[in-house]
Each structure stands twice: as C-alpha cells, then as structure tokens.
Design a binder for this molecule. Structure first.
Ligand SMILES: Nc1nc2c(ncn2[C@@H]2O[C@H](COP(=O)(O)OP(=O)(O)OP(=O)(O)O)[C@@H](O)[C@H]2O)c(=O)[nH]1
Ligand SMILES: [Mg+2]
Length: 427
C-alpha cells in the first residue's frame, strides 16, 4: 500500500477534542514535518503543530510505527482542539504534504489486508460504533474478541481435514483402501451440515440483536394499538382517536427493552374496508406482521367490540386485552387509559425478548454470513450423497471456500469491497 491516508476518527462537529488519524509510509514524515520531530513510539506528547510557517494548534500526538499498530502500517494520531477551522487547517496541511483523505472503512480494511483483523472482527468494529443498546454492545464486543471468528474457523478446520481425507480416498481408490477415508470425510459432511443448519435456524438471534428485534402490534380498529405504541415509546408518536381506522401507515419506534433494541410497529386496524387507503393500510399491517420477530395482538376487552380476522399463518406471541378500566378480561389485561397492567406487560415483553434473542453462544450476526453458510450447506447436502470421492472432495472444497469467506481466509479481495462499503470514514 503505497499511499498514506488521513481521516477524522472522532465525530464531526464541534467538540473538546478531535482525533485525526494517519496511516501509511508517509505518516511518520508528515507527523515530523508538522510537529518538528517524531514523538517516541506510543507515548503521548503535547506539541505545537505548524505548517508553512503558521501554527495550526497545540495537539497531543501519538506515534505507532508499524507493524504494531491498528492497520499494521505506520500510524499517527493527532488529538486537536475539536473546532472546524482547526480541522480544516490540518487537512489542508496534510493534503499539501501529499496525503489523501481516507475512504469509508479504509483503516479497518488495511488492518484486514495486513492480517491484523479477520473480517468478523472488522465487522464487529462497525457494530460497536453503531451499538445503541447494551445487548448490541455486548454482542459486538464478543465478536471483536474473536468469538465468531473462532467458531467459523473451527468449522473451516474440520472441512480442511475432510477435504484431505476425500483426496486421500481418491489416491487410494485403486488399491481399495480409500473406503475408510471416504466414510470419514462423508461423516464430517453430515455432522457439519447439521451444525450449520441448526446455526441458520437459530431464530435469526444474532441478526435480530444487531439490527433490532421487530415487534408488530396488530389488532382490530380502535383496540388501542396506537395508544400502546405511545405508552411503550413514552411519547406521543402515533395519532390516537376514537374514530375506527385512524392509523393507516405503519409507525415505527425504536425502544430499549432491558438492553435489547426493539423496533415496535403500530399498524392499521385489521378489518375489511371499502376504503382503498385503509385497505392498503391493512395490507401493510399484515406484511409487517409477517416479517416481525414477535407479534402482539391487541384486542378490546369489550365482548361487544369487533375482533380482528387474523390470517392463519400469523401466530401472535402475545394476546393482550385492553380497556380493563371498562372491561376487565382474562389473560393479559391492561388499560392504556389508567396505565394498569402496563408494568406487567413490559416485563413479559422483556422476558420474551431476553429468552429468545440473548445468550452467550455465538450467533449469526449478518446477512453476509448467512449467505456464505447457506452456500456451504448446499455444498454439504450435495457432498453427503456423493458416491465418488472426486465429487465428495469437490463439494467439500466448495463448502470450505464458502465458510472461509466469512472470516476472509479465501477470496479476500472479492469480499472486502462488500464489507467495507458499510463503514464510515475514519474507521
Ligand atoms: N377507556 C379506555 N379507552 C381507551 C383505552 N386505550 C385506548 N382507548 C381509546 O380508544 C380509542 C382508540 O385508541 P387508538 O389507540 O387510536 O386505537 P387504535 O387501535 O390505534 O385504532 P386504529 O388506528 O383506528 O386502528 C381512543 O379514543 C383511545 O383514547 C383504555 O385502556 N381505556
Ligand atoms: Mg391507531
């Protein structure tokens, strides 16, 4: 990597301190030119930063000569006063010294290319920066410590052995000694196919934690769905009225439920409507329920109130009866008017979310990993029915390549662009 890049590593806008990071072969000369000389490695030093005879700022400097640095290259950090003009003056100086602004994810990408991080750890950095809740933070940190990398590398190691055995089976096939090797390779394929299937079936646990657990609130018109959303959000997000059919669009709020990010959606009341707009609202409500992790069906406790017709493929995780101030009901009964029962409902929601989506076991956290594992599984399903060692070896190799793509052990270049385009600049 011949060029040297720079970027603001801290947030944009006014701040007490702004951190600017440089990486590449000219990081050292650039830092020395600005500060007069290089500070000792990994030791903070307060220096005056000057360019073209003008003082830009007094800044704290850190110098990390490669390869013992985040990217593996020579890296420098300048901790400046966090003002716009200070940053602009430094950027102008860096440009005139021949450095160039970094693209999104460039620092992490270089770290992967230089073997400092595998792809799952690099993705965990992005997740840590984006984490809004405790559960997201914990999952991202576990992944950054290598929990996922170790897990997938374990499968990769088994596949490497299995490929070796299948190849041995080919070599020995003429003298009839390959059978044991063939069987061993096939047994690994069967075993791994089961494990990968179970991991894929894991209720989208890791992805749900990372992206938010989707909770759909559905029910007949006027049951109090919008009132419930407002109560959960503790603010007035959705319009509440006694006119049946008030809500038409799906209204979404992000909640922190016991440390888990939950994306709750209020939807149009379910009924047959001749009104085209309301009918579209009902269509959207059902679509939202179908893609939800959890469905809450809210009913009016009044026995005379209409009941929603729920399509057979939708199974509510909770049935909640509202308006207990007027019509108390068996089961989970609440009043959004008085707040009665809401604490219990919140506890139930929280328990369900914890039980279904949190846990220490490694979980699949990204669609990219899912795609690779689905591909690996297809290859393994093929492998287990192979009769020829050549075909078995080929299918195992396909599975190996797919699993390797998750951590970036093979086909690295091909997957790098895809991974790092989602990063922000300076990471
Ligand atoms: N008495 C009583 N009234 C309630 C309660 N919860 C909601 N309401 C009233 O019921 C009416 C409907 O409430 P909404 O929250 O708009 O109901 P919705 O399910 O969103 O209705 P649509 O958007 O039309 O499907 C409003 O007049 C609310 O004030 C409750 O617990 N007790
Ligand atoms: Mg509503």
């Amino acid at each position: 990597m011949a060029d040297t890049i720079f970027a603001l590593a801290s947030g944009a806008g006014r701040a007490g301190v702004a951190v600017v990071r440089l990486s590449g072969p000219h990081a050292g000369p650039a830092l020395a030119a600005l500060a007069g000389s290089l500070p000792p490695p990994r030791t903070a030093m307060l220096r005056s930063i000057r360019h073209a005879g003008v003082e830009i700022d007094r800044a704290l400097l850190l110098w990390f000569p490669g390869p013992a640095s985040f990217t593996g290259e020579d890296v420098a950090e300048l901790h400046l006063h966090g003002g716009r003009a200070v940053r602009e003056a430094l950027f102008a100086a860096l440009l005139s010294l021949g450095l160039r602004p970094a693209e999104p994810g460039a620092f992490s990408r270089r770290a992967v290319e230089n073997g400092k991080l595998d792809l799952t750890r690099a993705e965990a950095i992005a997740d840590l920066v984006d984490a809004e809740t405790e559960a997201q933070r914990r999952q991202a940190l576990r992944q950054h410590h290598g929990a996922l990398a170790d897990f997938y590398e374990g499968w990769r190691a088994q596949l490497i052995t299995a490929v070796g055995r299948a190849e041995a089976a080919i070599d020995f096939s003429d003298d009839g000694m390959g059978e044991a090797e063939f069987d061993a390779a096939r047994t690994t394929a069967i075993h791994l196919a089961q494990e990968i299937q179970a991991h894929l079936d894991d209720a989208g646990r890791g992805e749900a934690l990372r992206e938010g657990v989707r909770l759909a609130i559905i029910g007949p018109p006027n049951a109090g769905k919008s009132s419930l959303l407002n109560a959960l959000a503790q603010r007035d997000v959705a319009i509440v009225s006694d006119i049946a059919g008030t809500t038409r669009d799906v209204i979404e709020v992000r909640l922190d439920l016991g440390g888990v990010l939950v994306i709750a959606s209020d939807t149009a009341g379910l009924r047959d409507s001749g009104d085209t707009i309301e009918a579209e609202g009902v269509r959207r409500a059902l679509a939202r329920a179908r893609e939800a992790h959890l469905i809450l069906l809210l009913q009016d406790g009044n026995a005379a109130a209409p009941r929603a017709a729920i399509p057979g493929d939708l199974a509510p995780d909770f049935v909640v009866w509202n308006k207990s101030d007027l019509h108390p009901h068996e089961g989970i009964s609440i009043s959004l008017k008085t707040g009665d029962g809401m604490a219990t409902l919140q506890d139930l929601l929280q328990q369900k979310v914890q039980q279904k989506f949190t846990g220490e076991a490694p979980a699949l956290t990204r669609a990219r990993h899912r795609v690779a594992l689905t591909e690996a599984l297809a290859a393994l399903d093929h492998a287990v029915v192979a009769h020829e060692p050549e075909l078995l070896a080929e299918d195992l190799r396909l599975a190996l390549r797919a699993v390797g793509r998750i951590t970036g052990r093979i086909d690295v270049e091909e997957v790098l662009d895809f991974v790092f385009q989602g990063f922000c600049i300076g990471k």
